[in-house]
Structures are given as structure tokens and as C-alpha cells.
Design a protein around this ligand. Structure first.
Ligand code: AMP
Length: 215
């Protein structure tokens, strides 16, 4: 049983590490951003509401996010633990998560805080490409696919997220600094946060994480 939270600015490489962590430790990957994008694609009411905020790089209101995140955590596959990626993003969300877990006699076991300098974030985010079919992520600079525009994993077409444009990216970093960074203090007080340097290579960082979580 392992309840994990990935914390860090947009572009820190949370999604990339998440994919590897959940594979190694066989826990579900819960990304509230992915849940919203799926809803947008399917044209649901939730998707319509979320899209307004996402396109501007703003946070979706707590009331909406907390409900969908806790609903997801309530599903059976989370009984073995989970990896949260992109949730919580505000102190209010973190409190709601703690209350939900406390009710079950559980807690957040580890918060992996991935820090990366702003210049690197800009480069990573504007260079990010995502597979339309399987969601695998690439970067035109640091981690390009073997063939431009085509997913190595499934052959799907790669696209740029609507919120990965330079203007929205700058806003998302601002929003992170003002609304999400206070979570570092929150988890510092709880004593379950570990700081990692997200600017080292993806492989090195994953090796650090395995060292921390155990083989
Ligand atoms: P992500 O894929 O985690 O970068 O999330 C993309 C966008 O979805 C964010 O910029 C927010 O607009 C929205 N979003 C995802 N997770 C949350 C959250 N926990 N709280 C508020 N908004 C969120």
C-alpha cells in the first residue's frame, strides 16, 4: 500500500515520472488534468466547465476538482494505493484529501516535490507533444520521438496541448507559484515531503525515486 502525491510546477516532468512509477509499483495513476481532458474530448458538462479555466491556464475551482478526485480515489483499484499527479494543487484540496484519507485510517505516505527552474519549464512545456491515442508524452528538444510527429509506443499522431502555448504556460507557472507552492509548507509541517531536483535527466530522477521508495 503506497499513497503518493507528485508535486511540482507544470513541466517538471510529473507525467513522465508518473508513468514509470505506476508501472513499477503497480498502483493507479490519477491525473485530474487527464480526467478533465478526457471529459473535454467527450464533450461532457464537466469538460465544458473545466475547459474555460484550462485554456487560460487557471485552476479549475476547488469544489469541482475535489469531487472528481475523491470519486476517483473511491474506486476499487485505489485500495492498493495510488499516485496522484496534479492533485492537490491548493491547500483546500490538500485538506480535503487528508480528511478523506483520515476517514479510512489512511494518509498521504510520501509527497515527491519536483523542482525545476522557470527557464527550463518554459522550454519543456512549449516543446511538449502528446500522443492523441495513448497519451505518451515527448519533447521536441529533450525527448523527441524517433519519427517526428509520430508516437514511438503506438504510432499515434502527436499534438500540442491547447494550454502549452507560451502565453498560457507563463500563466500556469504564475498560478503554480501563488496557489500550489504553499503546499510545500503544508506538507513540510506534515513531515512527509521529499524534495527532488527535477532538472536532472528523466532516468536519473527515476533512479532517485526508486531509491527512495524501495525496490
Ligand atoms: P495538468 O495536466 O495537471 O497540467 O492540468 C491541466 C489543467 O487542468 C490545469 O492547468 C488546470 O486548469 C486543470 N487542473 C488539473 N488538476 C487540477 C487541480 N487539482 N486543481 C485545479 N485545476 C486543475
Amino acid at each position: 500500500m503506497m499513497n503518493l502525491v507528485l508535486l511540482g510546477p507544470p513541466g517538471a516532468g510529473k507525467g513522465t515520472q508518473a508513468a514509470r512509477i505506476v508501472e513499477k509499483y503497480a498502483i493507479p495513476h490519477i491525473s485530474t488534468g487527464d480526467i478533465f481532458r478526457k471529459n473535454i474530448k467527450e464533450g461532457t458538462e464537466l469538460g465544458k466547465k473545466a475547459q474555460e479555466y484550462m485554456n487560460k491556464g487557471e485552476l479549475v475551482p476547488d469544489s469541482l476538482v475535489i469531487e472528481i478526485a475523491l470519486d476517483r480515489l473511491n474506486e476499487d483499484d485505489c485500495k492498493v494505493g495510488f499516485l496522484l499527479d496534479g492533485f492537490p494543487r491548493t491547500v483546500e484540496q490538500a485538506e480535503a484529501l487528508d480528511a478523506y484519507l483520515a476517514d479510512k485510517g489512511q494518509q498521504v505516505d510520501k509527497v515527491l516535490d519536483m523542482d525545476v527552474k522557470k527557464e527550463i519549464l518554459m522550454e519543456r512545456l512549449t516543446g511538449r507533444r502528446v500522443c492523441k491515442d495513448c497519451g505518451a508524452t515527448y519533447n521536441v528538444v529533450g525527448m523527441p520521438p524517433k519519427k517526428e510527429g509520430v508516437c514511438d509506443v503506438c504510432g499515434g499522431e502527436l499534438y500540442q496541448r491547447a494550454d502549452d502555448t507560451a502565453e498560457t504556460v507563463a500563466n500556469r507557472i504564475e498560478v503554480y507559484n501563488s496557489q500550489t507552492k504553499p503546499l510545500i509548507d503544508y506538507y513540510e509541517k506534515a513531515g512527509n515531503i521529499v524534495h527532488m531536483d527535477g532538472s536532472i535527466g528523466y532516468e536519473e530522477l527515476f533512479a532517485e525515486i526508486v531509491k527512495l521508495l524501495g525496490e
